[in-house]
Ligand binder design. Structure first.
Ligand SMILES: [Zn+2]
Length: 101
């Protein structure tokens, strides 16, 4: 399940360009070529040059209604992963309990 994409936009931390993909096959790149967004309101696809990106580039978050920097996204992803790992661990624990005589 994904949140509705109200606005599919990115802001490059290197050149400062704001780019927005408004329809499915609308591929937009910033002027320095670091960042691109694609997918319009159907799906949020983006990419960046990992050798140049500093974590300052941002994506518009329809969920948070604000710009979210790559540093924040990385942090949020790590937290989500930690949550998933914790849930998996809990399931494992439950399974172990069930296996007890
Ligand atoms: Zn740029």
């Amino acid at each position: 399940m994904s949140d509705d994409i109200i606005k599919n936009a990115g802001k490059c931390g290197l050149c400062g360009d704001e780019i927005e993909s408004t329809y499915r096959h609308d591929y937009k790149a910033c002027s320095c070529g670091n960042l691109f967004v694609d997918g319009g309101h159907d799906y949020q696809r983006y990419g960046y040059d990992s050798t140049r990106e500093t974590g300052e580039s941002a994506l518009w978050s329809s969920k948070h209604q604000r710009w979210v920097t790559f540093s924040e996204i990385t942090k949020e992803t790590a937290e989500k992963q930690a949550e998933i790992d914790e849930q998996k661990e809990r399931v494992k624990t439950r399974r172990r309990k069930l296996m007890l005589p």
